[in-house]
Ligand binder design. Structure first.
Ligand SMILES: Nc1ncnc2c1ncn2[C@@H]1O[C@H](COP(=O)(O)OP(=O)(O)OP(=O)(O)O)[C@@H](O)[C@H]1O
Ligand SMILES: [Mg+2]
Length: 143
């Protein structure tokens, strides 16, 4: 099987569409006869990354690559960047604006959830340029 590849453009501030890309990927994964627990973990991790672009960045692109061994999700955004990644990873740490909090986000749990729900999480960031988040999860099919 060749790798399946998908790309999604994410617009900062667009809370109406937030979560669309991750639900599309979830649909694809649900058709591949994978362990539903793995599908759920991937969908949660991607959703949090997608919402972070909407909540904290100007725009971004999500690239998803699926093959029988693994799924890799790369989220690259243009935005303010993250000054202290270790601090940002801590549960409860958030710089979310009032607007973002009004939308129900800003608990400071997203990055911790991404870490919990993926097998590998790599983050690199440059202040005033943007952030790249790479998540990898290994597949194990049901039977
Ligand atoms: N793509 C990003 N660009 C810039 N800053 C980010 C990005 N993703 C996360 N951050 C920073 O890391 C902090 C923690 O992110 P995290 O996702 O854990 O929490 P949150 O988005 O603030 O709230 P929650 O995800 O619980 O709704 C954010 O408040 C923000 O300061
Ligand atoms: Mg978040």
């Amino acid at each position: 099987m060749k790798d399946m590849k998908f790309e999604y453009l994410i617009e900062g501030g667009d809370f109406v569409r937030a979560g669309h890309a991750s639900s599309e990927v979830k649909k694809v994964l649900n058709q591949l006869n994978l362990d539903p627990v793995i599908v759920r973990r991937i969908a949660v991790a991607m959703y949090e990354g997608e919402v972070n672009v909407v909540a904290h960045a100007y725009r971004g692109i999500i690239r998803v690559k699926i093959n029988p061994e693994r799924i890799s999700i790369t989220i690259q955004d243009e935005g303010p960047g993250i000054a202290d990644i270790d601090k940002a990873m801590q549960e409860g740490y958030s710089t979310a604006s009032d607007r973002v909090r009004e939308m129900g986000f800003g608990a400071g749990m997203g990055l911790a959830n991404m870490k919990k729900n993926s097998d590998q999480l790599l983050i690199s960031s440059e202040i005033n340029k943007g952030t790249v988040v790479e998540m990898t999860t290994y597949m194990k099919s049901k039977q």
